[in-house]
Structure formats: C-alpha cells, structure tokens
Write a protein that binds this ligand. Structure first.
Ligand code: SF4
Length: 358
C-alpha cells in the first residue's frame, strides 16, 4: 500500500525553561497559550473563561494585571486551576512583585520599561528563587526610541530592541526567559523571529500581533506562525484574534496539527467538483461536530464527494466517507467497508471509528 511520507520538522533546540509544571523549549512540545479578556479580579468570569479555554486545549493562560486587585486575584485563581498563569505587566514593577507574591507562574514584562535598575533587581530577586520565567515581548509598535532612530521599524530594530531588554536581565544574572518579537505585518514578524533565532538560544513565543478578526486573523497567524514553525523556530504560540479567545485555541491547535507538531484528529475533505453527488459542504461541517469525540485520537478521516474517486484519492486516510446519490460508501485505508444510506453515513462512521479505537 502507498503511504504518505511523514516529514518531521527539525526544531531548533533552545534552552529549556519551566512555566509552572510545563517545560518550554528544547525538545518539549510547542505549547498553546491564550489570554483572558475578562477583568482579572472578576474571579467567577475569569474562571469560567479559563475553564472554556482548558476544554478547548489551552495550556498556559495570561491575565492582564493593570492594578493591585488583579494581582491579588491570582491567588484565588491559582486555587481553582491547574494551568500555569502568566501576569501581563506594563511599567509597574510593584504589580510584578504583587503577582509573584500571589503565586503567579510567569511574568510578561519588559525590564527596560519598569524604571530604575533597582526596580529590575527587586523583580529579579523575587523571581530567582522560584525560577519564575519572564517573557520579554517587543512588537513593532513598542520599539525603544533609540532603536527606531538607529534602525527604523525594521526586523533589526525590533530584535535590537528586544535584545536591550534581554541584556538587562542577563546583567542582573537572570536567564529564565522567553522572547517574542511580534509585528502586525506577517513578513516583518517572520523576518524578526528568524533574526532573533540566530542571535539567542532562549525559547521563543510566536505570534502575529493585532492579526485581526477571526477569518483574516486566522490566515495571518497561520502564515506567520506556521512559516516559522516549519523552519524549526518557536517553542510556544499565541494566536491573537479579535474574537472569543476559545477560537484562538482552535486555530493554534490546527496550526500545530497541520505541521504534525501535535497529534490528534485530522478531518480532510475534497474540494468538490462536477462529480460531487452529495451535499458535501454540509456533510463535512456535520462531520467536524460529530467526530469531535475523537479529537485526541491520531486519526485521519476523509469526507469525499464521489464514490468513483473518493476512496482512492483519500487512501491514506484511516477512515472515510464517499458520497453517492442518496447513499455513500464507508471506507477504511482506501478499501470499501460497506454501503450506507445517506442519512446514516455519519452515524455508521462514528460506530466504525468507536469500534476501532476502543
Ligand atoms: Fe471530485 Fe470525487 Fe475528487 Fe471530490 S473526490 S474532488 S467529488 S473527483
């Protein structure tokens, strides 16, 4: 039997850091992150959103910490969830200290933006004992004035600006960090990460910033994050969408699955053509819903539009449907298993897969 060649991405082996119980970098799986959009101190709402994100597959969650109440809320959140929490801090080192005190697992903070060297040392002293990692995050809209003057808003400028923050932490004797260099332009994002990857061995957090609404943002994130991952760059990802954060997780999971960086259910379906004999668009969408129970199984399921070419075209799939007129074929690895009336195709497919995986 012909089999598709499985190509594994040769990932850059970065330094390993730990975010709570999750290792990031090295040979560890690329992790999926998101950020809540509730007021962090609204514990019930924040917990509810984290629960939804957990079910969707989120592994690390970032919360905004714009005030002391939100920093203190981390203690309560930590009691209820297992996922590592990152505090998103801008400018105020006291909020970083309060978050560490509250039991946070990671900080997103640029050390060059929190005032004096003394402030930096206070934060580093507080994170050192627990090895709490810090993400340095520079994006095209937040370059230092010096870097803009010297390099403009270019990949070089973004990377040099990030390195300024990196050197501040290194000079304070702290290396538990990961770095992001996002831009809203996909080519600029890709170029910045490529350059950064050549210069440092810290784990990289990938993302395209301000990517946009669900459809456009999914495409921009998939192209930007996907290109870098395919080149072996990146240790953790956050898809940014102007949408429910749960959608970000769905997109992130699918980017990783598309590159075989994550196992799990893959549903393939044909593009339809003049030979299509069934309402394939509806059938494929319905299949996505009905097959969700197998989302963690390493299976490929094909939903194809005709019985003549469907089973053959999708012979690498573990199971599949080929739609005919009022009925269809169920097939397994290209071989026909049985003929089923159209209305029972999905039901029978689910039964076949259940029998196989159980
Ligand atoms: Fe057309 Fe059949 Fe191929 Fe689908 S499987 S694209 S319907 S030939």
């Amino acid at each position: 039997m012909e089999l598709l060649e499985v190509i594994m991405i040769d990932r850059k082996q970065t330094r390993v850091i730990r975010l709570g119980n999750i290792p990031i970098g090295g040979k560890n799986p690329v992790t999926i992150q998101s950020m809540t959009n509730t007021r962090t101190e609204d514990i019930p709402k924040t917990l509810e959103q984290i629960k939804e994100l957990t079910i969707a597959g989120c592994e690390i969650i970032r919360v905004a910490v714009p005030n002391l109440e939100s920093a203190k809320a981390i203690t309560k959140l930590k009691k209820q969830i297992k996922m590592p929490i990152i505090a998103d801090i801008h400018f105020d080192h006291k909020l970083a200290l309060a978050s560490i005190e509250a039991g946070v697992d990671g900080l997103r903070l640029n050390p060059g933006n929190i005032g004096s060297q003394l402030n930096v040392l206070k934060v580093v002293d507080a994170v050192r004992e627990k090895k709490i990692p810090i993400r340095i995050g520079v994006n095209s809209g937040s370059l230092s004035k010096d870097c803009i003057k010297k390099y403009g808003v270019t990949a070089r400028g973004i990377v040099e600006s990030a390195l300024e923050h990196v050197h501040i932490l290194e000079n304070a004797g702290y290396e538990e960090m990961k770095i992001s260099v996002k831009a809203s332009s996909v080519p600029l994002t890709i170029e910045s990460y490529r350059l950064l990857s050549q210069k440092v061995n810290y784990p990289l957090h990938l993302g395209v910033t301000e990517a946009g609404t669900e459809f456009v943002g999914t495409i921009k994130s998939s192209v930007g994050i996907g290109t870098l991952l395919a080149e072996g760059i990146g240790d953790t990802i956050r898809v940014s969408l102007t949408a429910d954060p749960v959608k970000e997780i769905t997109v992130a999971r699918n980017i990783l699955k598309a590159l075989h960086l994550r196992k799990g259910l893959e549903i393939i379906s044909c593009p339809t053509c003049g030979r299509t004999q069934i309402n394939l668009i509806e059938l494929a969408h319905e299949a996505e819903k009905r097959l969700a129970e197998f989302k963690d199984k390493d299976l490929t399921i094909a939903i194809m539009g005709c019985v003549v070419n469907g089973p053959g075209e999708a012979r690498e799939a573990d199971f599949g449907i080929a739609g005919g007129i009022g009925e269809g074929l169920l097939f397994q690895k290209g071989k026909i298993v049985k003929k089923v009336p159209e209305n029972f195709l999905l039901e029978e497919l689910v039964a076949l897969i259940r029998a196989y995986v159980e």
